[in-house]
Design a protein. Structure first.
Length: 451
């Protein structure tokens, strides 16, 4: 009976109707895709590029001296406005890793072992200098709230291969630290796209999704009957008014019913071998970044298209030396384990993994920390047709401005879409009389980092 159910479900999905799995509007893809899915390791708070991925010996030489006015005159500054600007040396040493000799901070030893698979971009820049608008910009390509997130655009364009799980999943972890900047649900919203494309947040502890279990006395058969009846009423209404939100409601009711079985199985990390749990440093049910990385691999195996893992507390206005080390130790082992795990399963070739935050930190001191910085910062990418073992772009000698091959957030988005087989200029949605896209009116694919 179970096999027949699965076979019949597969046949039913062949015909696209309101209750079927969404298959995307980009059919066929504009380019041959190099990646099937994206896993975004989002370091929320603005990790300092100067302590992680961008080595600046000159800044050490200038430590304690006034920051040259030629770098800062007329530039936007967050909390250091009107204060004396002094150079602040990198608080951790850097080390070369791999055959490629990539430079990473000394506490990224596990990631360093994967250096030949990493593409480090040292010339990122953005348009926003404070957290919420910078998160909004990094996720939606604009500082205007209410626009669709990248995950929503990807799901709208390509659909998902997951039958029993959402195509866009968000998870969050905190770790050790005190400055937990809030992450708004707007960061994974669908904006003006139909709401079926918004991200679904899985909670790290307790029930991953609210109302996952039926109330006492409600059997799966009774629940299925309610879903069927509601679906039929919605289909009749849809036939009269043709409202896309009704089609969304039908799909989401049916997805929620299937998730009552699929989600508990997904979240049960005890089924993983002890060696895998040890590799990630994960413990079932602990809600850690390590466990979320392992869950991301399990989601990827099940066909989920877009996964975002927020790890908070990278907002280091003070005590940056100790706090960066703490955060590096929290993410180094799990992120490297994720890359190794994907690679060993033959999945890294078609999974694009991204690591980075919404902006960087200033070369100038803010006590024993650093202020927000938008003019130059770093991220790394791996897999999904991205060249490994390369460093692309550069900031100036003090790490202030992106001066060599600058990469704007819109350029990053255009490149990620390109690897999924999408031309960012062609994935549009008409709203209020205008064709909108993720990259707005900008964006160039970074051809030099593509393999």
């Amino acid at each position: 009976m179970a096999l027949a159910s699965l076979i019949n479900r597969g046949r039913a999905l062949a015909a696209e109707a309101p209750g079927d799995r969404w298959r995307g509007v980009v059919r066929p893809t504009h380019f041959a895709p190099r990646a099937k899915r994206i896993i975004w390791l989002y370091m929320a708070g603005g990790p300092s590029h100067l302590e992680t991925l961008d080595h600046k010996p000159k800044l050490t030489e200038m430590h304690g001296k006034e920051m040259p006015e030629s770098f800062t005159k007329g530039q936007p500054i967050a909390q250091l406005q009107g204060q004396q600007l002094k150079c602040f040396k990198p608080q951790h040493k850097f080390q070369r890793f791999g055959k490629s000799g990539q430079e990473l901070m000394e506490h990224f030893k596990e990631l360093g072992s994967m250096a030949d698979d990493l593409c480090i971009i040292r010339s990122m820049h953005t348009d926003a200098i404070n957290h919420d608008p910078a998160h909004t910009f990094m996720n939606t390509g604009t500082m205007v709230s209410g626009r669709p997130s990248m995950g929503a655009w990807v799901l709208y364009g390509l659909g998902s291969d997951a039958e029993d799980l959402p195509g866009f999943v968000v998870m969050q972890s905190d770790g050790r630290g005190g400055q937990m900047q809030p992450i708004s649900n707007r960061m994974w919203h669908s904006g003006f796209l139909p709401s079926q494309f918004q991200g679904v947040k899985f909670r790290s502890k307790g029930d991953p999704i609210l109302y996952l279990n039926n109330p006492a006395g409600v059997t799966p058969g009774m629940q299925q009957g309610v879903i069927g009846a509601a679906g039929e009423l919605n289909r009749r209404h849809q036939a009269m008014v043709e409202d896309p939100e009704i089609a969304t409601r039908i799909r989401q009711y049916e997805m929620a019913f299937r998730m009552q079985t699929s989600v508990p199985d997904l979240m049960d990390l005890s089924k993983e071998p002890a060696s895998v749990l040890e590799a990630y440093g994960a413990k079932p049910g602990d809600g850690s970044f390590a466990s979320n990385c392992l869950l991301a691999r399990r989601l990827a195996e099940r066909g989920v298209r877009f996964m975002q893992l927020y790890h908070r507390d990278w907002d280091h206005h003070g005590n940056i030396r100790n706090d960066v080390q703490t955060k590096a130790e929290e993410v180094d082992r799990p992120a490297a384990a994720l890359l190794r795990d994907l690679k060993s399963r033959g999945m890294l070739d078609d999974t694009l993994v991204i690591w980075g935050g919404e902006f960087g930190r200033t070369p100038m001191s803010q006590g024993d920390g650093r202020d927000h910085h938008m003019k130059g910062f770093s991220m790394w990418l791996a897999g999904g047709g991205i060249r490994g073992g390369v460093t692309y772009g550069a900031t100036d000698e003090l790490g202030y401005h992106a001066v060599e091959n600058p990469v704007h957030v819109n350029d990053l988005h255009a490149t990620l879409l390109r690897q999924l087989g999408i031309d960012h200029l062609k994935l549009t949605y008409r709203f209020q009389g205008r064709d909108y896209r993720l990259t707005d009116i900008a964006g160039e694919v970074i051809q030099a980092i593509l393999s």
